[in-house]
Each structure stands twice: as structure tokens, then as C-alpha cells.
Design a protein around this ligand. Structure first.
Ligand code: CP3
Length: 374
């Protein structure tokens, strides 16, 4: 075969002077010219990439001056419920940092709201639900009908985003897990210590299950709608998974996540982020294509315990974005990349959301370091 020099498109890690990076060589396959969307999807499917894709949980929001400027004029709920504004907030971090994936600006609490339990922001911080679920009658009153109609603003935002992103950047949809949503719904909002969901799980399993059953049905509808509107992957936020002793995780959270993923029938990759959950086998059994790893564990350990055909995502400590210098961020990012070097299924992220006080130059450094990883 005639080995004519290959046209190297703009997005590539192949340096003409030094050849492919060691990362790329380790992958045994030259992968050049990937769009950010392709890079992200390849990593989700454990296919070769030039370098790992990068996005950050809570990349849209309070850390950005341009978000704060919008918040002067609009409330959080207005931003979430007005498709044009949700699109703008979703795109702000993409314009500034050019992440491989955009995550739809919304909230996990839109699902309880569509079921009849609204939410608001407390003056003192955190979110409040308009009332707390206290009885079987409260669960009965929650509606699983017309979820798609009630959350039409999300469909419209996704459609607009697909046009804006034009196939270049991946678009992530998301939902909260039934367990995590149940915590907010039973405690009536943010709580110092969420305890009611675990108490209900222990003391009235039937009522707990009927609540999670309804939530599961609503979340399936909601995610199917996001898929039809065009998202490339979805993340299930099980942010309160770590409240569960590992013996209880499967029955209280894992089964519902598994049911949701099964209902999506491999139509697209599903990322499961269960903060504080350490039972990788149980997480893998949910059918997750990607497992999100928080910053309390070592990626190397997780990597050794998770099958090679499941991708991993994580896990820079979010606090470092506030306190470290850009140089320290560069070193830590490189350390994590080296720890995962050669694993095809790896998506760079934080171990939890971007803190509002993060330094923007540190976020930029994360992106630059991942992009230039060699
Ligand atoms: O990641 C992104 O950039 C997309 C947007 C997004 C938000 N919330 C916006 C938001 C996503 C994916 C979420 C998910 C979410 N919401 C979770 C799971 C992720 C996690 O952090 O564990 C949870 C538990 C919620 C519920 C929620 N939303 C709470 C408890 C609060 C108040 C506390 C807080 O962090 O401010 C919110 C508000 C919220 N959701 C904000 C943003 C940008 C802050 C609103 C503001 O002050 O402008």
C-alpha cells in the first residue's frame, strides 16, 4: 500500500516533529481528527481516543461571571425553564473552555416538580421543596402522567442546543436517581443530614418502594424524551448513594438505576455517578456504561476492580480548583492521566461539582493539561 503522508486535521495530538504521543501509541491505533463529540463517545464506549475527553460536573453555573451576570436579571428557575436562557447557560462554559461535552443546564429537581412537588431556593442557601412527603397519601398524589408535556421546556432546550453545537460537542442529558430524589422529597429539601429516606427504607419498605417505583417511571419517561430530543449520553446523579451502607445499596438505589438503564435499552451511553458508593461490582451491575468516581478514592484502585469494558470518569478533587496554584493543578491532572494512561474508557472530570469559588485559571489549566497530555 502506498504510504502517502496523511492529511492531519486540526484536532489532533500528532505532532509532526515527534510523532504520536505515547498515550496514543499505547492505544495501538492512530486516532486523529476526532471531533470533541466523537472523542467523548469513543471514551464512553471504551474505543480508542487521541487523549481523554474532559468536562466538569457543574461546569455551568456560579463559577462563571457571565452566569452571575444573568442571575442579576433572572432567577434560577427562570434560567432553567426558559429554553433560550438554559441554552445560553449551557453554552457559556463551552465558549470559555471548549469542553468535549456540554451538560444541559437544568436541575435534578425538575422531576419531582413535574410530579407535583415544586422546589424553590431558600434565603439561607440550599433548596426547599414546597412540602415534604410524609405519608402514603402524599405518595399517591404524585403524578407520573404528562411528564414529557410538563417538561417540554427541556425538550425545547435540547433541540436548540443540538443546532448550536452542530455535532461538534457532545451533549449530555441527566436525571437524579430515585434514591437521591427520594432524599430531597422526604426531607423537604436540602438537609444537613438526610435521614428520612433511609428510615423509610428500613421501616416501611412498601411505601419506600411505591415512591421509588413512581420516580423510576417518571425518570424513564424524562430520559427517553431527552434521548428523542437528541442528547448523546445521559448521566444519572446518585449524589446521595454514599448515605447507604453497602449492604443496602442494591435494594435502595441500585435496583432502580438498573431498571432505568434497562429501559433505555443501550440507545446511548449512561454514566452513573454515585457519590460515596464503593461497591464497584454493584454499580457495574446497574448496566452503567461509564462509572463516575468521586475524589475520595484512588483511580488506580477503581481501575483494577472495574471490568475493562466499563469506562471510568473522574476524579480531581474539586477543592483543588479553589486552593491550588495552576502549576499544582497541572501536576495533579498529569498524575491522574498517567494513572489512567492506556485505558481506553476514561473521561476526565472532577470527583464532584465545580465549587463556586474555583479559580478560572485552574479550570483552564485542567483543560489545557488534558488536551496536551503526552
Ligand atoms: O452540571 C451542570 O453544570 C449542569 C447543571 C446542574 C445543576 N444542578 C445546576 C444548579 C446539574 C447537573 C445539577 C444536578 C443537581 N442538582 C444535583 C446532583 C449533582 C450534585 O451536585 O450532587 C443535586 C443534588 C441538585 C439539587 C440542587 N440544586 C441543590 C441541593 C441546589 C442548591 C445547593 C447549591 O449547590 O447551590 C441546587 C442549585 C443549583 N443547581 C445551582 C446550579 C448552578 C445553583 C443555583 C444558583 O445559586 O445559581
Amino acid at each position: 500500500m502506498n504510504k502517502a503522508p496523511m492529511e492531519v486535521p486540526a484536532e489532533t495530538t500528532v505532532d509532526r516533529a515527534t510523532g504520536p504521543s505515547p498515550f496514543l501509541r499505547r492505544q495501538h491505533q492512530a486516532v486523529v481528527g476526532l471531533t470533541k463529540r466523537e472523542r467523548f463517545l469513543n471514551a464512553c464506549h471504551c474505543r480508542p481516543v487521541d487523549h481523554p475527553p474532559v468536562w466538569l460536573m457543574r461546569q455551568a453555573g456560579r463559577v462563571l461571571p457571565e452566569y452571575r451576570a444573568l442571575k442579576e436579571k433572572y432567577s434560577f428557575l427562570q434560567l432553567v425553564q426558559t429554553p433560550e436562557l438554559a441554552v445560553e447557560v449551557t453554552l457559556q462554559p463551552i465558549r470559555r473552555f471548549d469542553f468535549d461535552a456540554a451538560i444541559l443546564f437544568s436541575d435534578i429537581l425538575v422531576v419531582p416538580e413535574a410530579m407535583g412537588q415544586g422546589y424553590h431556593f431558600r434565603e439561607s442557601g440550599g433548596v426547599g421543596m414546597d412540602f415534604a412527603i410524609r405519608s402514603a397519601a402524599d405518595v399517591d398524589r404524585l403524578s407520573t402522567g404528562d411528564i414529557v408535556e410538563k417538561l417540554e421546556y427541556v425538550t425545547r432546550a435540547i433541540r436548540l442546543l443540538k443546532t448550536e453545537l452542530d455535532g461538534r460537542t457532545a451533549l449530555l442529558g441527566f436525571a437524579g436517581s430515585p434514591w437521591t430524589l427520594a432524599n430531597f422529597m422526604l426531607d423537604g429539601g436540602s438537609a444537613k443530614e438526610h435521614m428520612k429516606a433511609l428510615a423509610l427504607f428500613r421501616n416501611d419498605r412498601r411505601l419506600f418502594e411505591s415512591l421509588c417505583h413512581k420516580l423510576t417511571a417518571a425518570i424513564i419517561e424524562f430520559l427517553r424524551m431527552q434521548i428523542s430530543a437528541g442528547v448523546d449520553a445521559v448521566q444519572i446523579f446518585d449524589s446521595h448513594g454514599g448515605l447507604l451502607p453497602s449492604n443496602d445499596f442494591q435494594a435502595a438505589s441500585g435496583v432502580w438505576i438498573r431498571e432505568i438503564i434497562a429501559a433505555l435499552a443501550d440507545r446511548l451511553p449512561v454514566i452513573v455517578f454515585s457519590k460515596g458508593t464503593r461497591d464497584w461490582n454493584t454499580l457495574a451491575k446497574t448496566g452503567a456504561h461509564v462509572i463516575g468516581v468521586d475524589h475520595e478514592v484512588t483511580l488506580r484502585d477503581v481501575r483494577e476492580s472495574v471490568r475493562d469494558d466499563i469506562a471510568l470518569q473522574g476524579n480531581l478533587h474539586p477543592g483543588r480548583l479553589i486552593h491550588d496554584t495552576p502549576f499544582m493543578i497541572q501536576e495533579e491532572t498529569q498524575r491522574l492521566l498517567a494513572e489512567m494512561g492506556g485505558r481506553k474508557g476514561y473521561i476526565f472530570n472532577l470527583g464532584h461539582g465545580v465549587p463556586p469559588a474555583a479559580r478560572l485559571e485552574n479550570i483552564q489549566m485542567v483543560v489545557d493539561t488534558v488536551r496536551n497530555f503526552a
